[in-house]
Design a protein around this ligand. Sequence first.
Ligand code: BTN
Length: 265
Amino acid sequence: MTDGGRLNEKRISHFLKNKNIRPKVYDVLDSTNAELKRRIRSGDKEYNLIVADRQTMGRGRLGRSFESPKGTGIYMSLLLVPGDTEDVLLITSAAAVAVCLAIRRLTDRKPLIKWVNDIYINGKKVCGILAEGVTDSDGKLNIILGIGINVIKGPDTFSPELDGVAGAIYEADDAPRSAHIVDRDELAAAVADEFMDIYADIGSRSFLVDYKRWSMVTGKNVRYLDGGVWHEAIAVDIDNDGALIVQSDEGMRTLSTGEITLRIV
Ligand code: BTN
């Protein structure tokens, strides 16, 4: 259900509309975010894109790991040097919308966003996003935008612990149908292009219209873990900075991206 081949730098370049992006493809890396961090130290430039077919130490939010098996996903990191520090807060939400737009454009799937930065299809997580900040040698804040997408899932793709919760754009049961073939080179390019289109005008926040439309959290009862304590609330809205507004017995609260774990109940 993928093209079956390896990720290919030339094909990704061919599919990219935005020619400022310079892709570099690896068969295996510890983590594309870690590799980009090393490259920043040796002077790597904005819009360099690292893509790997497998990660041995894929990193997730809150110190978790991100399983990144071979040949079934896309693990990519894009280097950004935002001029405006206000934009930094919006980058992960913008990336979530970009992933949804790319999947919608290239497949028949209708992904949804679980605040703040997870993408779900059929109730299972298919994509996670991790943006990390690093100061370069000129003292400028660089953002490493890491995106991991599970493209295809078979019975042995993930560890037993993850198998029940992790999904993919297509699962083995969906096969075989030609419509279920996903070209990972094309999808990687589409995600980067969709993100760059949003990023060019990120300050307008116009992408938040899609973010809200595809939010699977608003209107739902949620539990959120903040500072080691679980709270119960109703998710009411997404604000102009991509923060989640919740209502509970304690009143209204705005949860901004940081260190919060959220469950829909
Ligand atoms: C999460 O779900 O908690 C975020 C997962 C982010 C995974 C991506 S895969 C590409 C990039 N490299 C990493 O080590 N992590 C991100």
